[in-house]
Design a protein around this ligand. Structure first.
Ligand code: NAP
Length: 287
């Protein structure tokens, strides 16, 4: 399905969860690349409503799903809702896409892994989620694969952006209280800007890439090291103290190793994935 604009036929791209942190950047990136992009989000669009999803799939060439229940700690007490949004609705989207011959790009997470591996995770490594959010996202992966549609599954980690609450903005807010800040130093990953994800996804969209991919900035850092970087760059004088995950009480457990091996997706992208420091520095300058 394409819409004619002058002599050029623009592919119609639907972004579900288009008002969220990633969705907002993705809609802008798709529009800048010349796609006829349409954003769908609560309250008008609910991914758990099959009729809403059917209407979108029928009227689009490609569907990018950023809609998700993303409250990791909240999922421990709202597991049923997390599974409905992150798993069952994704399975339903896949079935409709299979029936109508449409391509779907869906996002998953490092939280499908238990984080015990002592090297960066590859796409072929076995998932073993350690919290409800991770289990719900793995459910979505499995149901999408089973649906038989043509799909691209992109696992992300440690994302931050201008249009949502995230680790970077929360850390800066907490620093403003003037209280000492304790941050875990045994969780390792790659801080990844949503703008980087949006650019990469536009390239995957152009290719209608298929399969499972890990996507993150290049290089790795601990949550503590990332926080130090933020405060140094912003010139904030904060009493920052390291701790271990087992000393830090949160409803949901987090994987210690969130490192991704991104060589599979890198082979499809025009430019090398930028180091995490570059993206974070740019984000902090724009705050
Ligand atoms: N942020 C990270 O660090 C991270 C890491 C790995 C993977 N991911 C994945 O990346 C994707 C995008 O996440 P994000 O960071 O952009 O999260 P986000 O800001 O929470 O965006 C999710 C969007 O989905 C919407 N939504 C929730 N329930 C819905 C429903 N039933 N129907 C329609 N829309 C619904 C939300 O609306 P409301 O705000 O109104 O609820 C929000 O606009 C998700 O698949 C997430 O699992 C994120």
């Amino acid at each position: 399905m394409t819409r004619e604009v002058g002599h050029v036929r623009k592919p119609v791209v639907a972004v579900l969860g288009g008002k969220g942190m990633l969705g907002t950047d993705l809609v802008a990136a798709c529009a800048a690349r010349g796609f006829d992009v349409h954003s769908y989000d609560l309250p008008e669009f609910n991914i758990t409503d099959t009729e809403h999803v059917r209407n979108v799939v029928e009227t689009s060439d490609a569907v990018i799903n950023c809609a998700a229940y993303t409250d990791v700690d909240g999922a421990e007490t709202h597991a049923e809702l997390a599974h409905r949004v992150n798993a069952q609705a994704v399975g339903c989207l896949g079935e409709l896409a299979a029936r109508l011959g449409k391509w779907v790009l869906h996002f998953s997470t490092d939280f499908v892994f238990d984080g015990t591996l002592e090297r960066p995770y590859q796409e072929t490594d076995s998932p073993n989620p350690i919290n409800e959010y991770g289990r719900s996202k793995l459910g979505g992966e499995e149901l999408l694969a089973r649906s038989g549609c043509s799909y691209c599954l992109v696992r992300l980690e440690w994302t931050y952006g201008a249009y949502g609450s995230n680790f970077v903005t929360k850390t800066i807010e907490r620093a403003k209280t003037g209280l000492p800040l304790v941050v875990v130093e045994d969780q390792i990953g790659s801080p990844t800007p949503t703008t980087l994800v949006a650019q990469a996804v536009c390239e995957l969209l152009g290719q209608r890439a298929q399969g499972t991919f890990h996507l993150a900035s290049a290089g790795y850092v601990s949550r503590f090291g990332m926080t130090q970087f933020v405060f140094e760059r912003l010139g904030l004088d904060v009493d920052l103290r390291p701790c271990c995950s087992r000393e830090y009480s949160a409803p949901a457990d987090r994987p210690l190793n969130s490192r991704f091996d991104c060589s599979k997706i890198q082979a499809l992208l025009k430019a090398p994935l930028e180091p995490w420091q570059q993206g974070l520095e740019r984000f902090l300058r724009q705050l």
